[in-house]
Ligand binder design. Structure first.
Ligand code: P6P
Length: 334
């Protein structure tokens, strides 16, 4: 029987592994677990109370803001700003979030997408939260946009929560990727997936083929290659697409393969956000032995120039991401 250990206990036991980490870092991670539990509580009863449906407001991404989106955003802000560990935050819903004057500031920076996949809320399909933690680069007082616009390579921790058939929190502080499944009967995240490693190659591809006609020729060649019959190279790949990044990524992390959200003729930079979505998941996948690219550059090496910038995202098994890059760069030879 696997050892029963809560995420809080696990974080404390592993605290020494993060260079220069103090109890402050552990408390920050514990606060994220708390915020996730509160969001889970609302998500798990969303069908029962009047928080289904949208607020009618439009967020920076042009998505209609669902009530749960706003709730999740407010919960993360409320829980995280009081801990005294942060100098600044930024979320997909709010952009840059200052820590109130009267509250203590810390040396960390939190970036997060409070509720990814909100278009799936009303139809009971898995949704999720994504987070990343940096050390501040400015000194003293309030953090600034400079603290947010850091390349993913600078992350000191990242992770996500999938609110689905079960709710799982996956995170890494650079030493292995670990998953914790929520036991609702005791309200605890219990270790369920220790030291996750993504297969070096998979047989699943995940992309919205509805946009096929908008893709460039190299992208079309890649998809046609993955669908072709060739036993020797494990093709055709299976197609799986939930439409919630966190759910599609979690399956990719555990089973291997590739998730893709390419740029196209209508949206050259794709739809996904670099800071709140791509970079934290790129940090997780790399610590699990996988890769993440925009087709030409490692996601973690991209220095953001604005908070809400988008990026094409190809993320998953190392060999699959390498193959994608060959196709997209016109270097693949039969
Ligand atoms: P499309 C959900 O709205 C989201 O932001 C991601 O979670 C998901 O991967 C993507 O959009 C789906 O976008 O264009 O395929 O509907």
């Amino acid at each position: 029987m696997q050892r029963i250990i809560t995420i809080e206990r696990f974080i404390i036991e592993r605290e020494h592994e993060v260079p220069g980490a103090t109890g402050e870092f552990s408390k920050l991670l514990t606060d994220i677990a708390l915020a996730s539990k509160i969001v889970w509580r609302e998500v798990s009863k969303a069908g029962l109370v009047d928080i289904i449906g949208s607020t009618g407001k439009i967020n920076i991404s042009g998505d209609v803001v669902q009530k749960l989106d706003e709730f999740a955003n407010e919960i993360f802000i409320n829980v995280m700003q009081k801990g005294g560990h942060l100098c600044v935050m930024a979320s997909e819903e709010s952009g840059l979030i200052e820590i109130p004057e009267e509250l203590a500031k810390g040396k960390y920076v939190l970036v997060f997408d409070p509720l990814d996949g909100s278009s799936n809320i009303d139809v009971n399909v898995s949704i999720g939260s994504i987070f990343g933690i940096f050390r501040r680069v400015t000194s003293g007082g309030k953090g600034t946009e400079e603290d947010i616009l850091q390349p993913g390579r600078n992350l000191v921790a990242a992770g996500y929560v999938v609110y689905g058939s079960s709710t799982i929190l996956v995170y890494t502080t650079g030493n292995g990727v670990h998953g914790f499944t929520l036991d609702p009967s005791i309200g605890e995240f219990l270790l369920s997936h220790e030291n996750i490693k993504i297969p070096k190659k998979g047989d699943i591809y995940s992309v919205n083929e509805g946009y096929y006609e908008r893709w460039d020729e190299n992208m079309k060649k890649l998809i046609n290659y993955l669908k072709a019959e060739d036993k020797a190279t494990g093709r055709p790949y299976k197609l799986r697409y939930v439409g919630t990044l966190v759910a599609d990524f979690h399956r990719t992390l555990l089973y291997g393969g590739i998730f893709m959200y390419p740029g196209d003729s209508k949206n050259p930079e794709g739809k996904l956000r670099l800071i709140y979505e791509a970079a934290p998941l790129a940090y997780v996948v790399e610590k699990a032995g996988g890769r993440a690219s925009n087709g030409f550059q490692n996601i973690l090496d991209i220095k953001p120039t604005n908070l809400h910038q988008k990026t094409p995202l190809f993320i998953g098994s190392e060999e699959d991401v390498n193959l994608v890059e060959k196709f997209l760069q016109g270097k693949y030879e039969d």
